[in-house]
Design a protein around this ligand. Structure first.
Ligand SMILES: [Zn+2]
Ligand SMILES: [Zn+2]
Length: 97
């Protein structure tokens, strides 16, 4: 009886490789990640368990500004901070007017 328990070396999966070049769509996707600051990518967490995500980033000082309407997706999810303005809804940079 051959020992079937012997494991073959697993071939290296190409899916594990990190792409060197990140497309612009990927960068936008990172900005849209819930629970993360769209400006710097730091975790903003939740105010309390079960509540909405915090609207302030302690890492970069960015805050969600409900007064600004995103010109790209027409939502009020634009974060403002020292790093500029980024919409959490579509991940695009919002120009200052
Ligand atoms: Zn931040
Ligand atoms: Zn937007």
């Amino acid at each position: 009886m051959p020992r079937s328990s012997m494991r073959r070396p697993t071939p290296v999966g190409r899916e594990d490789e990190v792409p060197r070049h990140r497309s612009q769509s990927d960068a936008r996707a990172a900005r849209k990640t819930p629970g993360r600051c769209p400006l710097c990518g730091a975790k903003v967490g939740r105010i309390k368990p079960g509540t909405r995500h915090a609207r302030h980033c302690g890492a970069c000082g960015g805050t969600l500004n409900k007064d600004i309407t995103c010109p790209h997706c027409q939502t009020h999810r634009v974060w403002t901070g020292k790093r500029g303005r980024v919409c959490h809804g579509c991940g695009r940079t919002v120009d200052r007017r």
